[in-house]
Ligand binder design. Sequence first.
Ligand code: IYR
Length: 221
Amino acid sequence: MVSDNFIPYKGITYSPKETQKRSQVHYEYMDRRRTVREFSDKPVSKEIIENILMTASSAPSGAHKQPWTFCVVSNPEIKAKIRVAAEKEEYESYNGRMTEEWLKDLEPFGTDWNKPFLEIAPYLIIVFKKAYDLKDGVKSKNYYVNESVGIATGFLLAAIHNAGLVSLTHTPSPMNFLQKILNRPENERAYLLIPVGYPAENIQVPNIERKGADEVIAYYE
Ligand code: IYR
C-alpha cells in the first residue's frame, strides 16, 4: 500500500544469538531497579529530566492520542505545598482509612504518613492522565487512557533507572489536591506522583524477592 499515512519501518533486527544476549542483559539490568524512599538533594539537570520524560512520551497510546501531561516540580515552595497536602491525606489514610490487612501488608516496607522526600528530591514528576482532550474549549475523545498512561509510566520508570537515578511511585490518596495546587485544566486527573533524583547515601531497601517465571508466566505450547 502506498499512502502518505505510512512510512518505512526503521526498527533494528538482531541475530537470534544477539537477541538472546540483549534480552538477558536487559532483564538483569531492569531486575536491579528498586523503589527508593530516601533521596539525596543532589541536583539533576533539566535536560536529563526532559530526556526521561520524552522517553515516557514515546510510549504507545490509544489512537496515538498521548493522553498525558508530565508536571515537573522543582520549585521549593510548590514542593512544600504538595508535601503538606499529601501528608494531610496520608495521615488520614494511615489512621483510619486503610484496612488492618492493608496496613499489615505494608509493614515490611516501613512506610508511614511522613513524606520528607516530597521536599528533598530535586524533582517531583506528577503524571496527569487526560480523561479527554481539551483544545480551545473543544472536547475530543481519548481511548484506553488508563492503559496508555500506565504504559508511559512504565517507560518513565525504566528511563529513570537507565539514567542511574531512582524513583518512587507515590500514591497519595485522594490525589485531587495536585490538580488544584498545579492549576491543571478540568480534563486532567493526577495519576501518580514520582519523586526523582539520586539516592541518599548508604540507604537500605526492603529485602524482597520477586516471583519466579513459574509463578508469573503461563505457557500454552
Ligand atoms: N499511599 C500510601 C500507602 C501505600 C500503599 C501501597 I499499596 C504501597 O505499596 C505503599 C504505600 C503511601 O504512599 O505511603
